[in-house]
Design a protein around this ligand. Sequence first.
Ligand SMILES: *Cc1c(COP(=O)(O)O)cnc(C)c1O
Length: 370
Amino acid sequence: MADITIPQDLLPRDGRFGAGPSRVSSAQLDHLVRNASLLGTSHRQAPVRELVGRIQGSLGAYFRLPEGYEVVLGNGGSTAFWDIAAASLARTRSAHLSFGEFGAKCVSAHTTPWLEKPHVVTSEPGTRGELTAVAGVDLYAWPHNETSTGVMAPVKRIEGADSGALMMVDATSAAGGLDFDASEVDVYYFAPQKNFASDGGLWFALLSPAALERAAEIAATDRYIPDFLSLTQAIDNSRLNQTLNTPALTTLLLMESQLEWMMSLGGLTPAAEHCTTSSSLLYDWADSRSDVTPFVADPDHRSRVVVTLDLDDAIDATAITGALRANGVVDTEPYRKLGRNQIRVATFVGVPTSDVELLIASLDYVLENL
Ligand SMILES: *Cc1c(COP(=O)(O)O)cnc(C)c1O
């Protein structure tokens, strides 16, 4: 591969475009340093509990939570939350809209000895099926944004679902960057290393009164639930601004800082508009070139936070992402298991539109000079 040096004036200010972990800003690092006295102190004492409480309060405001919803958190990231849902939320049978790797992992977590085989609607990568009501299903699950393919899905209650059935949305890469109405969902869970630009390791879940009730109902049955997968334990701890076991304090501080900044943009709606603007630049750029095509054919399904673009077979995408990487522009590789000749770019809230413009300039340069 020929060495390509992208001219300095075409390079993004910050070269991190990964879909998680995502770029951490210098303002966040400053916040971390300013609050360094919290590091190495007890998470059971007031200073850290106040930090957790501030994050819970800000999330509630940012997501405009309806009356009775609670912000619950715990350790283990979104992957742990799949198992928590299977142990503590699904009563008899779940139904899933699965359109990529993360949706599929949620299905597999709900394939357990104590639940009936899940109902699953799957579709080809890059497309999205439709989940409709199924009698006997008490938990409907789908990703708000499928990070592996760049397909997004609406957050809307399933019409005709059994009364009391819960709507549960994996918002790991969507949360904070895609607008939605919280009253349409009972469980909206995510981890902070994507739009919230923090580190991994925690999960957050916005829980409706129905979800809180369901967790209590299942905890009262004779189902064996390990402490780590007990949502009622997480709820009880969260009400005290704590977690079952020790959280990463750095992750909490980085999250607090980014959340404050996102609130200062005006909240979820303007933040989501920012993501729409940035992602549109990339889709429009692809439309303007004959050798680049949006992977997701249906414009309504195209993610505004994770953009996937296929390259013409004559171009080796790994040569493009490799040349970018050699110039400090990193993590534009596609999802590892998707195996496509593709680039993937996160257009999270923390990625300035100007950097997306410069990324496009860099891509043009690499495509012309390869
Ligand atoms: C990143 C991601 C996950 C996994 O999150 P972890 O915190 O690493 O467990 C799950 N679902 C979606 C949609 C993701 O983007």
